[in-house]
Design a protein. Structure first.
Length: 202
């Protein structure tokens, strides 16, 4: 197929994979531009539209009992994977560090009464940004996200970028520690400087 751009090629690949899992070499028979094919496959796998099976072939997630989509987490801790074929319930014990609004790959572990339940097995590797309010805490600083489904984020001294307690700030996560510890991040931008008298510089 001549003259396809990357987006058109991605759609063609997905159409082929609706029928069977295919290796890179098998796909190359249909799409001879090796560099463009590799670029399209890298993009599809990064976004979880395509996964690689145990034999090294490319296939759709559903062929392996998987689903991909955006996570919608509730304040109670559990979440739903938003999917065009129906949302998937994910218990907070099965989030594996995933946060609200992240794109994830989920393995279906059970299904009853029309409700599928899953477990997060992979999180898309991309920057995760949060808006919240900077506050003092135990001699340090934290960001309390506006999105109440997202946990409090610790701001190490080097990541505060002159933010003050009470400032509204845009933060990016820099570290997701093991369960039980605070997330860590750094301030990218102060969205609204605190103007209250007596505000302490952190």
């Amino acid at each position: 197929m001549i003259g396809l751009n990357t987006e058109e090629l991605k759609n063609e690949i997905l159409s082929f994979l609706l029928k069977n899992a295919l290796s890179f070499e098998e796909l190359l028979l249909h799409f001879p531009d090796k560099a463009l094919l590799r670029q399209a496959l890298n993009s599809l796998t990064a976004d979880f539209y395509v996964v690689i099976d145990k034999s090294g072939r490319f296939c759709l997630p559903e062929a392996m009992g998987l689903k991909s989509g955006v996570l919608q987490q509730k304040r109670q801790g559990y979440a739903f994977l938003l999917h065009k074929d129906g949302d998937v319930l994910i218990d907070k014990r099965n989030l594996n560090g995933a946060l609200n609004r992240q794109t994830v790959l989920v393995k279906i572990i059970s299904g009853s009464h029309g409700r599928l339940e899953g477990k997060v097995i992979k999180i898309k590797d991309e920057p995760y940004t949060v808006v919240g309010t900077v506050k003092k805490s135990n001699g340090g600083a934290i960001l309390v996200p506006d999105d109440r489904a997202v946990p409090v984020i610790k701001l190490p001294r080097k990541g505060r970028n002159a933010a003050k307690a009470g400032d509204k700030a845009l933060c990016v996560l820099t570290r997701v520690p093991k369960r039980g510890a605070l997330l860590e991040g750094k301030v990218l931008e102060i969205l609204g400087a605190s103007d209250k008298p007596g505000v302490d510089v952190l």
